[in-house]
Design a protein around this ligand. Structure first.
Ligand code: ZN
Length: 500
C-alpha cells in the first residue's frame, strides 16, 4: 500500500495519487510579514516541511510553493505606528521569517512568490471573476459574491444561511451578502496601491493564494496545506475564487495541521504566553524542538511547554547517542571492546535495522504519523546501544560494518524528519573541567578532553576500591559543569550539555 492522506474535504484518509505520476505539486499558505513568527506558525511550517521531505524520500519530485504576504492591513498598521514605509516593514520580516525557518531546519520552498510581485495576475483573476459574474465592483472595491458559487461552504461543511444567522457580521450595505469578501480594495490615502481597472487599490488576502498556486502549480494541484484555523474563511474563499474562475477543481488533497497551546492554554498576547520561534531557539536546539513537535501527530493539538522541551532534549540525546558512539568507537580506545558477536546477536541487530525501516515507512505512509515513526527509531537506537555496550567494535573491529549500518540507518531516517546529529565540537567542553581534574584526579595537563578521561579513570578506580564518596565527588563535580555520567557494560559514558 502507498501513502494515505487525511483529506479535510472528504473527512477521511485517502490513497495518495498525484496528478502527474512521480511528482507532487504542493502549496502551503505562507506568513504575513509584519512580525516575528510565533511557535504556532512554526509548528505548521514544520509539519509541512516533514510532509515534503517524506514525499521526496519516497521518490517524488516535489514542487513546494509558499507565498509571502507582503501587503496587508497588519503590515500597513505596523508601518504607520512606526512611521516608516510598509515595504520596509515587509522586507525586514520577510528576512526574519526566512532566517527563522532556516534555523529550525525547514527547507526553503521551491518557489516563494510575493504578493506585491504578482499584482498583474491578481488583477487578471478579478477580471475573470467579474466577467463570469461571480464578483461585482462597488466604489473601487471588488467583492466575491458567495451566493453565486453554489459550492460555497463545502470544505468547512457550513451553510451560508446558518453562518449569517449565527454570526455578528457587520452589515455593509454595499455588499450583496454579509459573507461576500473583498478581492480588491480601493486604496486609502497613504496606503500602498497599484493601478487597476477599478482605480488605485490593492489585492485582498484570500486572492493571492488562488492566483499564486495557479501560476506556479497550475489548475487542480495535489496538496494544499495550512493550519486548521485557515479552513474558514480563508481556504473556503480560495476554493470559491479558483473554481469559479477556472471551472475546474482547485485542489486534490486538503491537509490541515492542529493548533498549538502553551501550557494547555491558547497562546495569546493577553495571557502573556506568546512565544516567538527565535526566542525558543535561543534556549533549545532546532533538532530538540523538531523532535518535541513531531512526537505529536500533525493533526492533533500540541501542548507546548518548557518541561516538554526539556524532555525532548533528553530524548534527542538518547536517540543520537548510538550514532555518535558508533563513530567514536573506532577512534576512542576507552570505548573499545574486543568481543566477537555471535551470529545470533548480529542477526538480531540486522533484524532491528530492517524492522525499524519498515515500521518507519508504514507509520509515515499512514498520514505522516511522525510519532509512530520516531517510536521505531527509538527502538533501533536501543538495539544499537545494547549491541555496542555488549560487544563494542569486536575482535579486529569485526563488528564495525554492522554497527555502521545501524548508525547510518538511524541517521538517514532521522534526516527524513529533518533531525540532524549535532557534532559535539571537542572545544565545547568547558575549561573549568581542567581544574576539576586537577583537584580530583591529579591531572596536570591543559586539555579538556584528557581532563574528562582522567576524571572518569579516577572515578572508575574509586569504584573498584569501593570508595563511593570519592566516586560520587567526581560524578557530582562533573554534574555541576553540565556532564552526566552513564554506566554501561562497556564502561562509563559521558554526555555533555552546555546549558545545564
Ligand atoms: Zn492561503
Amino acid at each position: 500500500m502507498g501513502i494515505r492522506i487525511y483529506n479535510t474535504a472528504t473527512r477521511r484518509k485517502e490513497e495518495f495519487e498525484p496528478r502527474d505520476e512521480g511528482s507532487v505539486s504542493m502549496y502551503v499558505c505562507g506568513p504575513t510579514v509584519y512580525n516575528h513568527i510565533h511557535i504556532g506558525n512554526a509548528r505548521t511550517f514544520l509539519s509541512f516541511d516533514v510532509v515534503r521531505r517524506y514525499l521526496e524520500y519516497r521518490g517524488f519530485d516535489v514542487s513546494f510553493v509558499q507565498n509571502i504576504t507582503d501587503v496587508d492591513d497588519k503590515i500597513i498598521k505596523r508601518a504607520n505606528e512606526e512611521g516608516r514605509p510598509a515595504t520596509e516593514v515587509a522586507a525586514e520580516y520577510t528576512t526574519a521569517f526566512q532566517d527563522a525557518m532556516a534555523s529550525l531546519g525547514v527547507a526553503p520552498p521551491t518557489v516563494a512568490p510575493k504578493a506585491t510581485e504578482t499584482i498583474p495576475e491578481m488583477i487578471s483573476m478579478v477580471r475573470r471573476l467579474i466577467e463570469r459574474e461571480y464578483a461585482y465592483e462597488v466604489d473601487g472595491d471588488v467583492y466575491f459574491s458567495v451566493r453565486s458559487f453554489s459550492d460555497y461552504g463545502k470544505l468547512s461543511g457550513r451553510d451560508i444561511d446558518e453562518m449569517n444567522a449565527g454570526s455578528r457580521v457587520d452589515v455593509d450595505d454595499r455588499k450583496r451578502d454579509p459573507l461576500d469578501f473583498a478581492l480588491w480594495k480601493a486604496a486609502k490615502p497613504g496606503e500602498p496601491h497599484w493601478t487597476s481597472p477599478w482605480g488605485e487599490g490593492r489585492p485582498g488576502w484570500h486572492l493571492e493564494c488562488s492566483v499564486m498556486s495557479e501560476k506556479e502549480l497550475g489548475v487542480t494541484f495535489d496538496i494544499h496545506g495550512g493550519a486548521s484555523d485557515l479552513i474558514f474563511p480563508h481556504h473556503e474563499n480560495e476554493i470559491a475564487q479558483s473554481e469559479a474562475a477556472t471551472g475546474e477543481p482547485f485542489v486534490r488533497y486538503w491537509m490541515h495541521g492542529g493548533l498549538l497551546q502553551v501550557n494547555k492554554e491558547k497562546m495569546s498576547k493577553s495571557l502573556g504566553n506568546f512565544m516567538l520561534l527565535k526566542d525558543v531557539l535561543k534556549d533549545y536546539d532546532a533538532s530538540a524542538v523538531r523532535l518535541m513537535m513531531l512526537q505529536t501527530h500533525y493533526r492533533s493539538p500540541l501542548d507546548f511547554s518548557d518541561d516538554r522541551l526539556d524532555e525532548a532534549r533528553t530524548s534527542y540525546e538518547r536517540i543520537i547517542t548510538p550514532i555518535r558512539e558508533v563513530r567514536a568507537a573506532t577512534e576512542q580506545p576507552a570505548l573499545r571492546r574486543d568481543v566477537q558477536a555471535g551470529a545470533e546477536d548480529r542477526n538480531e541487530l540486522l533484524a532491528a535495522i530492517e524492522s525499524a525501516r519498515e515500521r518507519f515507512i508504514s507509520e509515515m505512509d499512514d498520514d505522516f504519523n511522525t510519532a509512530g515513526a520516531l517510536g521505531a527509531l527509538f527502538e533501533l537506537a536501543r538495539a544499537t546501544n545494547r549491541f555496542l555496550g555488549e560487544f563494542g567494535v569486536g575482535e579486529g573491529e569485526s563488528n564495525v560494518p554492522l554497527l555502521r549500518q545501524a548508525g547510518n540507518a538511524l541517521e538517514e531516517l532521522l534526516g527524513v524528519l529533518g533531525i540532524t546529529v549535532a557534532e559535539r565540537p571537542r572545544s565545547a567542553y568547558p575549561q573549568t573541567v581542567v581544574a576539576l581534574a586537577r583537584d580530583l584526579a591529579g591531572y596536570e595537563g591543559e586539555d579538556v578532553e584528557r581532563a574528562v578521561d582522567a576524571l572518569l579513570a579516577a572515578r572508575a578506580a574509586a569504584r573498584t576500591e569501593k570508595n563511593w564518596a570519592a566516586a560520587d565527588a567526581v560524578r557530582d563535580g562533573l554534574g555541576e559543569l553540565g556532564f552526566s555520567v552513564e554506566d554501561t557494560s562497556s564502561g562509563a559514558r559521558i554526555i555533555y550539555d552546555s546549558r545545564i
